[in-house]
Design a protein around this ligand. Structure first.
Ligand code: ZN
Length: 179
């Protein structure tokens, strides 16, 4: 018996597992959650987390928030614009090198998107079609469209044109390389 107690005592000073602040109160009163997560929301569509009027991507944090029924789910501005088919960027890439380097070109485009989204989760490719030697892309934000054009130009030269044909926030990007 004494041995058992001693054994139990020895196990007592266990260190609580380290829990991130946002999961620390999981399972307690929802009012407590509302307090700790004051102003925190997440988008069920793309997992972006909104806090202090800023949006960020953090998949681990998203998973923790998604388990908490007290957290409000919303549609982020990016998903909202995509649903309304509101695009502020239009990219047309034309070159015979596209079908020959399809994988590399698509890789460059999607890497650019991933990189831009790290800073602005709203930015994303809404649609991409590849037909013959032409890729057409619609983006939610103008900056992403510009960056895709610039990355292509940087990697493959050719001719890059940016214009704002309809309104200042909307950008049309064309990149052409003859050979
Ligand atoms: Zn979203």
């Amino acid at each position: 018996m004494a041995r058992d107690n001693l054994g139990a005592k020895r196990e007592q000073p266990k260190i609580e597992p380290r829990v991130e602040p946002y999961t620390a109160h999981f399972g307690r009163q929802s009012t407590h959650n509302e307090h700790t997560h004051k102003g925190v929301v997440y988008c069920a569509g793309c997992h972006a987390i909104g806090e202090h009027k800023r949006w960020a991507l953090d998949e681990n944090r998203y998973k923790a928030l998604a388990m908490d029924p007290a957290i409000q789910t919303v549609q982020c501005p990016g998903c909202e614009r995509a649903a309304r088919q509101e695009y502020d960027g239009e990219v047309t890439l034309t070159s015979p090198l596209i079908p020959r380097n399809e994988e590399a070109v698509l890789g460059l485009i999607y890497n650019t998107e991933r990189h831009i989204r790290e800073n602005n989760p709203i930015a994303r490719i809404a649609s991409l079609t590849l037909e013959g030697d032409t890729i057409r892309i619609l983006t939610i934000t103008p900056f992403l469209a510009e960056r895709i054009g610039k990355e292509l130009h940087k990697a493959y030269d050719g001719t890059l044109k940016l214009s704002h044909p309809e309104r200042e926030e909307f950008v049309r990007v064309t990149w052409i390389r003859e050979e």
